[in-house]
Design a protein around this ligand. Structure first.
Ligand code: PLP
Length: 375
C-alpha cells in the first residue's frame, strides 16, 4: 500500500503517547489563556481589529499577488517603514509569515561556499533555513559564543551566525552582545530571530537587538514575526538597506509567495502604533513573567527564570505533561504543552505566556490551577 508507512508511524506515535490533535477554539472560550503568544494582549484590541478590518475594506481580502507583481500595497511599505524605524534598522521587508522570513534570511545570507553557524536550540524555521541554504551548516552548543568562535575558525568567504534572541521553549535569552563580538572578531554576520523579543524586550518593546545595542549595525540582520506581540500575522526581516534589497532580488520565499494579506498588515501597523503610544505594555509583560515565575517557584514547581515573556515549567514525562495540560484545561486554564519531538533535549514542559494584560487575580488563579493539577 502506497501510504502504509504512514499508518506504521501513526501507530508508533500512539504507542509513545505523542499524537497531536487539533482543538478548534470557540470565539467565546471561557478559558484563561496562558497558551497563546499574544504577549501584549493586542490580538483582540479594538484598534488592532479595526486595523485589520479597515485594511480589508480598502485593499481587499488578499494582497492579490507576489510582492514583486501586485502584492505590494502602500500599506505594506508604510508598515515596513514604521517597523524599521521602531526597531532602529535602516530597512525592513515583510513576509507572509515569520517562518518564510527566516527561510529567506538564512538562505540568502548563507549562499554556496558560506558557513552558517547555528545554535543547537534554534527555532525549527531557522533550522529549515539552514537545511535549504546552499552554504554548509555547523551546529554549535546552546548560547555558546566560544563555540561560535571555534566554529567560525579560519573560514574564508561569507559566514553568518544564526540564533534566536529568546528561545521559544525555555524563554531564555541568547548572549547577543557576546555573539556579536565573536562574529566581529571573525568578520561574520549575525542573524537573529527576535520573534519572542519584539514587543517585550528593549526600550518600549523595540526588541532584544535594540536592548543589546545592535540595532542599525551594518553586520546585524534581524527577523521577527508579526504574530506574537503585534497580535497579527506575518514576518519581517530588518537590516541594512543593501541586505533588504538583496532579499527582494534573491529570497525565494519573498519572490514566489503571495504578499502578506492587507488585513494582517493593517493589524500589525495598528498594534505597532499602539505599542509606540503605550510603551509600558512591554515592561508589564516582563513583570507578569517575573511574577509568574516567582509564584510558581514558591509553590515548589520547577520553572525556568524568564528573560522575556515565556515561562517554562518542567514536567516529569511527555505523558504527564499532556495530562497536566489537559487537567489545567478542565480547570479553566489554557497552557502550552511542549514535548518530544518539539523539544530537542527530550524534556517535556508546560509553556506559559505572560500576557501584559493579565491581572494579579488571574496570575494567582493560573498558579493555583497549575499547582493543584501537578502530576
Ligand atoms: C522563534 C520563532 N521564530 C519564528 C516563528 C515563526 O513565525 P510565524 O508563526 O510568523 O511563522 C516562531 C513561531 O511562530 C518562533 O517561535
Amino acid at each position: 500500500m502506497a501510504f502504509g508507512w504512514i499508518e506504521e508511524q501513526a501507530e508508533q506515535r500512539r504507542r509513545a503517547g505523542l499524537v497531536r490533535t487539533l482543538r478548534p477554539r470557540p470565539a467565546d472560550s471561557p478559558l484563561l489563556d496562558l497558551a497563546s503568544n499574544d504577549y501584549l494582549g493586542l490580538a483582540h484590541h479594538p484598534e488592532v481589529a479595526e486595523g485589520a478590518a479597515g485594511a480589508a475594506r480598502i485593499w481587499g481580502g488578499g494582497s492579490t499577488g507576489s510582492r514583486l507583481v501586485t502584492g505590494t500595497t502602500e500599506l505594506h511599505t508604510e508598515l515596513e517603514r514604521e517597523l524599521a524605524g521602531f526597531c532602529g534598522f535602516e530597512a525592513a521587508l515583510v513576509f507572509s509569515s515569520g517562518y518564510a522570513a527566516n527561510l529567506a534570511a538564512v538562505t540568502v545570507l548563507g549562499p554556496h561556499g558560506s558557513l552558517i553557524v547555528s545554535d543547537a536550540l534554534n527555532h525549527a524555521s531557522l533550522i529549515d533555513g539552514c537545511r535549504l541554504a546552499r552554504g554548509a551548516t555547523q551546529v554549535v552548543g546552546h548560547a555558546d559564543p566560544d563555540g561560535v568562535r571555534k566554529a567560525l575558525g579560519t573560514h574564508e568567504g561569507p559566514a553568518v551566525v544564526v540564533s534566536d534572541t529568546v528561545f521559544s521553549v525555555d524563554g531564555d535569552a541568547a548572549p547577543l552582545a557576546a555573539l556579536a563580538e565573536a562574529c566581529r572578531e571573525r568578520g561574520a554576520g549575525l542573524l537573529v530571530d527576535d520573534a519572542h523579543g519584539l514587543g517585550v524586550l528593549g526600550d518600549g518593546g523595540r526588541g532584544a537587538p535594540y536592548a543589546a545595542g545592535l540595532a542599525g549595525a551594518d553586520d546585524v540582520v534581524v527577523t521577527a514575526t508579526l504574530s506574537k506581540s503585534l497580535g497579527s500575522q506575518g514576518g519581517v526581516v530588518l537590516g541594512p538597506a543593501g541586505v533588504i534589497d538583496h532579499l527582494v532580488n534573491a529570497a525565494r520565499t519573498f519572490i514566489f509567495d503571495t504578499g502578506l494579506a492587507p488585513a494582517a498588515a493593517g493589524a500589525a501597523l495598528a498594534a505597532l502604533r499602539l505599542l509606540r503610544r503605550e510603551p509600558a505594555r512591554a515592561a508589564r509583560a516582563r513583570e507578569v513573567a517575573a511574577e509568574l515565575h516567582a509564584r510558581l517557584t514558591a509553590a515548589g514547581l520547577e520553572a525556568v527564570r524568564p528573560d522575556a515573556a515565556v515561562v517554562s515549567v518542567r514536567a516529569p514525562s511527555p505523558e504527564q505533561a499532556v495530562r497536566w495540560a489537559a487537567d489545567c484545561r478542565t480547570a479553566g486554564l489554557a497552557v502550552g504543552c511542549f514535548r518530544p519531538p518539539s523539544v530537542p533535549d527530550g524534556i517535556s514542559r508546560l509553556r506559559l505566556t505572560a500576557r501584559a494584560d493579565l491581572s494579579g487575580a488571574e496570575i494567582e488563579r493560573a498558579v493555583r490551577v497549575i499547582g493543584e493539577t501537578r502530576p
